[in-house]
Design a protein around this ligand. Structure first.
Ligand code: GLN
Ligand code: ZN
Length: 761
């Protein structure tokens, strides 16, 4: 019985790679230093897996930035603006593509399936001159071998690579990217030949796009590509790996009929239908890599349940053809529980990070082979039982309240246009009201104050005083700039999810539970382990303090339930929507308390609502339905005169516009910096939107200061499509990452632009 790991986190248990990369980029250390840190990380990961007893250990899942960019480098598909002149791609060109520089932009980055990882999008077209330009896969295989570990080199599959493309500049959208297959396959053949020559006996080709809704001609491309590769693959064992969802029935047929392939990997955690497909017909003589250990979450595996499942699979594919595996690369989970000494032991017993998951995979494969580690299994069973029965997990009152929400509808009684009238009587705002999204620049001084308060180095009194002073500064600045609806600047928050999670019950936090988001950037998602409730108000103190400093409306600032859910590690013992409803009820309490304290405008951020959209279209409606319902629950109980804002971060929202309308917020501010046209086209096409709308008028992700004219121009463009009385004027997103020297003049120009247009209307 064998064990396999799809891929492993690269950052290191203490984010060693992050620090090595950033120091190299800053010119503080050499390329050799970076290579050394990286080689050490790879060797310790391989050794760890080998020691654990894993048979199929992956290589080439390390990356200096991103595995898709590595594939672009392998294929020499460097866009011409980087002036690369053939040969082996080095750090210069590689990081140039990843990060750009002052005058040449980086390649675009986008979300990796439905994860929070971002990959570098290949820019392809008929002009690209492919060549074998990065030997990384072969080098890492040899490196492992030199250390005595015979690894399975992992390549990103040729068809998935082409399906994640973006047409290069000047290439028509309709250009059939799959027509490039004939150009890249020869390079894959070269790589495969070198791997064979170096002694590899297995290779893994990741083809995760097989879980998407693919048209027939795309499925045919798989058939064609693998038929073409068949002869070069002969003599090698080949795994085609899929992950993140079920493989749809048609794709399953295509996949399992591929030429030259020895085994198939499936995500049996997220892919609940795959099991039936396997039962209904798995090709005889092929290996099944059964992904039963969850690579997307941090929970310990229910080993007894997995063992049952594996035993039933064994009956189908045969004892010697079943391999225990992870559901996907462990890249998407935290690295090692060993570095969490502060986490309490009960919660810790419920968790498994990447290092622990490796051990779980091996324990399952040993148990299948008849060498069950009874002590390990019974400790696991005890932890599963304690998680089920722990009073910290279950709160009957919350369970009851959230169950009562299902199947019912929650909407404010009055329609949005009547509400806006009632609000306007109270708020008396000018047309084209100006506002900002919430945060103001976070200075080093602020971070120090928060850190010292947390470490109990300064008293509560000192902390409150410092934060109030900061709020006062932000309020004064906004009054001076003559902004209409103010914010308090969020100086007390380090993160828009963590801040709430720390005050809600049912959440736990890690010290080192980092997950790579892109390049050297990592996030540390909170862990939702139990029923969520709000012991006491979370933001009322700061919001009312801020409101007392000004006569202008001060926005209460909350993070919405869907965003809190999507940016956390979520419990796997109840459906996501149930957890979301519970968070919604907690936020509802907060909204109502803010209203009671005289806050008349409340913003509930749903920055991550769009990114939680499931991979398959058939699941969109269900998700959007409960996500939007959760949002509405938060503010269903308030007066007509209280104005609810929401904010969303993404420029492409056309496909979910009807759900956004269905959120029934009074005002929505949205990120729009890079795509006015896309956004406005929806309204040009006649979608009715009666609520207030603030498409960001300038990009806060860049230090550039937009001119008054430029902002006015964008506002005028929007006015051509949207009603004058619904348009708001605001930046794209929060100002947290900017400097005051940028924020002040930018907002000044924004207000001037709004005022100038008002006089013309
Ligand atoms: N209110 C938050 C802020 O201004 C919103 C951040 C976000 O949308 N990502 O920082
Ligand atoms: Zn935003």
């Amino acid at each position: 019985m064998a064990s396999h790991i799809v891929g492993y986190p690269r950052m290191g248990p203490k984010r060693e790679l992050k620090f090595a990369l950033e120091s190299f980029w800053d010119g503080k250390s050499s390329a050799e230093d970076l290579k050394k840190v990286s080689a050490d990380l790879r060797s310790s990961i391989w050794k760890q897996m080998a020691d654990a007893g894993i048979k199929y250990i992956p290589s080439n899942t390390f990356s200096y930035y991103d595995q898709v960019l590595d594939t672009t480098a392998m294929l020499g598909a460097v866009p011409s603006r980087y002036n690369w002149t053939r040969g082996e791609i080095g750090f210069d060109t590689y990081f140039f593509m990843a990060r750009g520089n002052a005058s040449v932009p980086a390649m675009e980055m986008t979300k990796w399936f439905d994860t929070n990882y971002h990959f570098i999008v290949p820019e392809l077209g008929p002009e690209v001159n492919f060549s074998y330009a990065s030997h990384k896969a072969v080098d890492e295989y040899k490196e492992g071998k030199g250390l005595g570990v015979d690894t399975v080199p992992v390549l990103f599959g040729p068809v998935s690579y082409l399906l994640l493309f973006k047409p290069a500049k000047g290439v028509e959208k309709s250009f059939p990217l799959l027509s490039l297959l004939d150009k890249i396959l020869p390079i894959y053949k070269e790589v495969i030949a070198e791997l064979k020559a170096a002694g590899a006996s297995w290779i893994q080709l990741d083809e995760p796009t097989l879980v998407l809704d693919l048209e027939a001609h795309k499925l045919e491309a798989f058939t064609k590509a693998y038929a073409e590769l068949e002869s070069s693959l002969s003599g090698l064992n080949v795994i085609v790996e899929t992950y993140f969802a079920d493989v749809p029935a048609e794709a399953f047929k295509t996949l399992t009929a591929l030429k030259g392939v020895t085994g198939f990997g499936f995500d049996l955690v997220r892919g609940t239908q795959t099991l039936d497909l396997i039962k209904s017909g798995f090709p005889s003589g092929k290996y099944l890599f059964a992904g039963v250990v969850d690579g997307r979450n941090i929970w310990a595996n229910d080993l007894a349940a997995s063992l049952n499942l594996l035993q039933s699979l064994e009956g189908i594919v045969g004892k010697d053809k079943l391999v225990v595996s992870t559901s996907c690369s462990l890249l998407h989970t935290a690295v090692d529980l060993v570095n969490e000494p502060k986490l309490d032991s009960e919660i810790k017993s419920w968790l498994a990070f990447a290092a622990q998951k490796v051990v779980e995979v091996n324990a399952l494969s040993k148990a299948l082979a008849g060498a069950k580690d009874e002590a390990f299994f019974s400790a696991n069973a005890a932890a599963q039982a304690s998680r089920k029965s722990s009073p910290r997990v279950t709160n009957q009152a919350v369970q009851k309240a959230s169950a009562a929400l299902q199947g019912s509808d929650h909407r404010r009684a009055t329609n949005v246009s009547a509400r806006l009238d009632a609000q306007q009587k109270k708020l008396n705002l000018p047309i084209l009201p100006t506002t900002t999204i919430g945060s103001f620049p976070q200075t080093a001084e602020l971070r120090r104050v928060r850190r010292e308060y947390k470490a109990k180095k300064i008293s509560e009194e000192e902390y409150v005083k410092a934060i109030k002073e900061e709020i006062k500064k932000v309020v004064d600045l906004q009054e001076e700039l003559d902004i209409d609806v103010l914010v308090h600047g969020e100086p007390e928050r380090n993160d828009m999810v963590e801040y709430f999670g720390e005050q809600l019950s049912g959440f736990a936090f890690t010290a080192n539970g980092w997950v790579q988001s892109y390049g050297s950037r990592c996030v540390k998602p909170p862990i939702i382990y139990g029923d969520v409730s709000r012991p006491k108000p979370m933001t009322v103190f700061w919001s009312s303090a801020a409101q007392s400093m000004t006569k202008r409306p001060m926005k209460g600032m909350l993070t919405g339930p869907v965003t809190i859910l999507n940016w956390s590690f979520v419990r796997n013992d109840q459906p996501r929507f149930e957890t979301c409803y519970q968070i919604a009820l907690a936020i509802k309490d907060e909204v109502e308390d803010l209203e009671k304290e005289g806050i008349t405008v409340i913003q509930i951020d749903e920055a991550a609502l769009r990114e939680g959209l499931p991979l398959r279209k058939s699941e969109h409606a269900f998700y959007l339905n409960w996500a939007v319902h959760s949002f509405r629950i938060t503010n269903v109980g308030i007066q007509d005169t209280t104005q609810i804002h929401t904010h969303m971060c993404y420029s492409n929202f056309n496909d979910i516009i009807h759900s956004i309308i269905d959120m029934d917020a009074d005002v929505i501010t949205i990120e729009n910096s890079r795509s006015d046209e896309k956004l406005l086209s929806v309204f040009r096409e006649g979608v009715k939107y009666g609520a207030g709308m603030g498409p960001g008028v300038y990009d806060i992700h860049s230090p550039r200061i937009p001119s008054t004219e430029e902002i006015a121009d964008r506002v005028n463009k929007m006015l051509a499509v949207l009603d004058t009385n619904i348009l708001w004027v605001n930046p794209d997103c929060g100002l947290k990452t900017r400097k005051y020297t940028e924020v002040k003049p930018a907002l000044q120009n924004m207000v001037s632009a709004a005022k100038a247009i008002r006089t013309q209307l």
